[in-house]
Design a protein around this ligand. Structure first.
Ligand SMILES: C[S@@+](CC[C@H](N)C(=O)[O-])C[C@H]1O[C@@H](n2cnc3c(N)ncnc32)[C@H](O)[C@@H]1O
Length: 257
């Protein structure tokens, strides 16, 4: 029996959405779910759990409410400067580079990566995988249409080269889009791809419990090719990399130990 109404909702979320809330920090999740329940007129989380079992529109709404999707092109530009400096470490052609943006939200991160590769590795083949839990974000990523504020860090040359301007919005050009595949993937549940040359895992683990975050980092380290690099954000700071099978090579960058 669930101990309280939060646990009752946790059970429903697991059964209906296959999302394990025990791996996320309770305080933040509970606050968001209570606010969402109140907004819907539910008197407590048991009532929200009941609604989740009967209303087919609820899973997508709850998921979007629970997770933060804020992203932009070249978010934290210093990360991308570090990345540019490290790119020569990745194998050259004829090797096809496999790169994974894990928790890619609306796609700004994998598209930024694609731009960097178009500039630094223009003659090499590469495949970028963008994955996320949230289908609504993935729909936006596949559509590839962005607002001006999401392109704050994109200079006029890149805007002209990689986007088509459409009234107030900007559409990614198909020649950049064709190197990226967007796919639904839960980092806390699904199997990981293997042999990745570069993995970006940034601003995703903010609500993961410490144990869940460590487990994900261990699995990401095993998903790297022997020479592969893992790039994390400030919210994924790794204090004891060796315990996770990693070693630090630059600020925010790790390789397999
Ligand atoms: C704030 S966005 C970060 C996007 C991008 N990495 C960046 O730094 O701009 C966090 C994303 O992580 C996703 N996310 C949260 N939990 C996840 C999980 N268990 N598996 C996959 N994605 C997850 C959310 O849906 C959200 O789109």
């Amino acid at each position: 029996m669930p101990a309280d109404d939060y646990e009752a909702l946790q059970d429903a979320v697991l059964q209906v959405m296959r999302l394990d809330l025990r791996l996320y920090k309770r305080e933040q999740m509970e606050r968001r779910l209570r606010a969402y329940g109140t907004q819907r007129g539910c008197k407590d989380l048991r009532e929200l759990a009941q609604a989740l079992r009967t209303d087919p529109a609820l899973p997508a709404q709850i998921l979007s409410y629970l997770t933060i999707h804020v992203s932009e092109f070249f978010r934290d530009p210093r990360f991308f400067q570090e990345l540019r400096a490290l790119l020569p470490q990745l194998p050259a052609a004829p090797h096809t580079l496999h790169l994974w943006s894990a928790g890619c939200s609306i796609g700004a991160e994998p598209y930024s990566l694609a731009m960097l590769l178009a500039e630094e590795r223009s003659t090499q083949r590469y495949q970028i995988l963008g994955t996320d839990l949230d289908e609504r974000s993935l729909d936006r990523a596949r559509r590839g249409v962005y607002r001006d504020d999401e392109l704050r860090q994109v200079d006029p040359q890149r805007r002209a080269r990689y986007f088509t301007a459409e009234e107030k919005e900007f559409r990614i050009r198909p020649d950049l889009q064709r190197f990226i595949t967007f796919r639904h993937h839960d980092l806390l549940r699904d199997a990981y791809p293997a042999d990745q040359d570069l993995i970006l895992f940034r601003n995703v683990a903010i609500y993961f419990t410490e144990e869940a975050k460590d487990q994900v980092l261990q699995r990401l380290s095993r998903a790297l090719a022997p020479h592969g690099l893992l790039m994390v954000g400030s919210t994924e700071a790794i204090l004891r990399p060796q315990e996770l099978g990693l070693r630090q090579v630059r600020p925010f960058f790790f390789a397999r130990a």
